[in-house]
Design a protein. Structure first.
Length: 432
């Protein structure tokens, strides 16, 4: 009952606010709680700053007037409101998850579909139990298609998010060794990520499949599917040429060349192409949208600095994505010296020591001039190769790079978010 009441207020509001430091006048303030904050304490401030009402879950925070709505749990109220709003809109929603490439794939799909439709997509990587509801509540009457990214680091979380977003379509980018601390194993990752497909199948909705993926091929017998890949049974037949720099693909005798580094990104491009074709976006518009997409936020970027070519992929890392980046980088054809800068991979639990050593073992036999390993986990690995050098933290590697005055090098930078390896870019002078 209260969800319907809140929704009526929401429809005449300017949106949702959860932080009084950047409150939107005319918005609804949700007093969310965290380990170090309690939004109920800021409800009065939110009203004073222009919120039309505050949703609270502490009686003492709910003054006896229409500007305050008391609920049992503000987070659950936010999630219920999002689900209610999703049903109210009645628009097609595409859900996206996977171990690697979720955000890049979402951005590519967003750009492709936006050539024909008004699309509202997850902003950045707001893909959790708070971000997904906020993404849905950002959709309005103008939105024709919703695009929701779903993240997880424990079993059951994708299913939970799917029950809020109620997607009509879904795609899983891949299955890799990410968040092993929460999933336990690669099989645990697969079971968790395929919660999206199971949800869609139970509701007789459509799934997009990459038939070059061993796990996704198992879903071929489900009749509501639309597939792509180099597999001859794919409905959208893709060829992946050997590339030395940016990701490319060939479809219908037409070459698509992106601004994304890494051949592994070609599968993300293919997913956007496939979904664009399914939604009948004109072919030339799909091609232009993919080819003009320029990555940002430390994801698959190629940056020229001071005669160096830097492959910056420092937003996050896990064993699967790091190995893919290394294999691509090793195969680059260049006269430059190749330098690899790697930061620790997080959330690997008991597998951490083994997975970091696997990376080092690969590097010992790789055609790389110098390797710089950053962090405590890489510090525990063993190697007798003189070209593999360890650093305690990002500041120490920054100082080393600054003093080295690197010139005419190809440099790969990759690590988990906590390592913040993008700070290394501060020592490279911008190309004029």
């Amino acid at each position: 009952m209260k969800t319907a009441i809140i929704h009526e207020r929401f429809l005449v509001s300017t949106g949702i606010s959860t932080d009084t430091r950047n409150i939107k006048p005319g918005s609804i303030f949700f007093a969310l709680k965290g380990t170090s904050f309690n939004g109920n304490e800021f409800a009065t401030e939110a009203i004073a700053k222009g919120a039309i009402c505050a949703v609270v879950d502490h009686k003492e925070a709910a003054l006896n007037n229409k500007e305050y709505i008391l609920v049992k749990n503000t987070l659950e109220a936010l999630q219920s409101l999002a689900k209610f709003h999703r049903k109210f809109l009645g628009i097609p929603i595409i859900g996206i998850t996977g171990s690697n490439g979720k955000t890049t794939t979402k951005e590519l799909i967003h750009r492709v579909l936006s050539r024909k439709y008004t699309v509202t997509a997850t902003l950045g990587n707001l893909n959790n139990h708070i971000g997904v509801p906020l993404s849905i509540l950002a959709m309005d009457g103008e939105t024709e298609i919703g695009l929701i990214e779903m993240g997880a680091n424990h079993p059951g979380e994708i299913e939970f998010l799917a029950n809020i977003a109620l997607p009509d379509y879904g795609f899983i980018t891949n299955f890799g060794k990410a968040h092993l601390e929460g999933f336990g194993s690669l099989d645990g990752v697969i079971q968790a990520k395929t919660e999206l497909y199971r949800h869609l199948k139970e509701n007789k909705k459509l799934i997009f499949l990459n038939l070059d993926d061993d796990v996704q091929r198992l879903e071929m017998n489900y009749k509501h599917n639309f597939s792509f890949g180099s597999n001859r049974k794919a409905q959208v037949k893709i060829d992946y040429p050997d590339t030395t720099d940016s990701a490319e693909l060939i479809f219908n005798e037409t070459n698509f060349k992106s601004q994304l580094s890494g051949s592994y990104n070609a599968k993300n491009m293919a997913a956007a192409l496939c979904i664009g074709l399914y939604f009948k976006v004109p072919f030339n518009e799909i091609k232009e949208a993919i080819e003009t997409y320029k990555p940002s936020n430390n994801r698959s970027q190629v940056i020229e600095r001071n005669s160096n070519k830097i492959y910056l992929d420092a937003y996050n890392a896990n064993p699967t994505s790091m190995m893919a980046a290394l294999q691509h980088f090793q195969n680059l054809k260049t006269d430059n010296d190749k330098i690899v800068i790697l930061g620790d991979m997080g959330e690997l639990g008991p597998s951490s020591e083994t997975e970091h050593q696997v990376i080092v073992n690969f590097l010992e036999n790789a055609d790389i001039s110098e390797v710089y390993l950053v962090g405590k986990q890489f510090g525990k690995t063993t190697t007798n190769k003189p070209n593999i050098i360890k650093f305690d933290n990002t500041e120490t590697i920054k100082n080393h790079i600054y003093l080295a005055e690197l010139k005419n090098c190809s440099i790969l930078i990759k690590g988990s978010r906590a390592m913040a390896l993008e700070k290394i870019m501060e020592v490279f002078e911008p190309t004029t």
